[in-house]
Design a protein around this ligand. Sequence first.
Ligand SMILES: [Zn+2]
Length: 170
Amino acid sequence: MSFFKFCPSCASTHFTFPDNRRFFCEDCGFTYYHNIAAAVALVFTFEDKVLFTVRNVDPDKGKWDLPGGFIDPNETAEEAACREIREELGLNLQPSDLKYVTTSPNNYLYKNVPYRTMDIFYECALPSNGINVAAEDEIQELIWVKRSEIDLEKIGFVSIRKVIGEKYLK
Ligand SMILES: [Zn+2]
C-alpha cells in the first residue's frame, strides 16, 4: 500500500510507487523521489556512562533515544548536531567538539508516512553529568546509563540500537 492515494499533480489513481521510493504517475508522468532524509544522533559520554533521552513523542514514545534530529536544508551535519543539542538540551557545542562515529540507516514512521533516514552518529565526552532537558515537549527525561547496564530492548530506533549495541555496550 502506498501512502499516496492520488497523483499530487493530476489526482489520477494510476501510478506506481514500488517500495515507496519512486512515485510515477502513468497518466501525467509526474515523478517524485521519496529519498532518504539525513539525521544526526549524539552519543554523550561521562565516565563509564552514556546519555539517553526518553522520547515524549511518537514514533516510539517512552523509548530510549539519543539527542539529535533531522538535518535542515543547507546545514552541515555538524551544524545540525549543534543546533539540535542547543534546542533539546540548552548546551552550546562547537562542531570541533564532535567526534564522528559511524552511520546507520533507520525507519521513521511519522503520521503514516514511512520516512527512511541515514543517521550520522557523533560522540561527545562531557566533563560532568549536569545536563538538563530544554525541550520538554520532545523529551520526558534524561538518563545516564552505565555501559554494562544498557538495555537494548528499551531503545526505540533500529539505527540507535545497532550502533549502541556494537560500539558502546560492554
Ligand atoms: Zn498524474
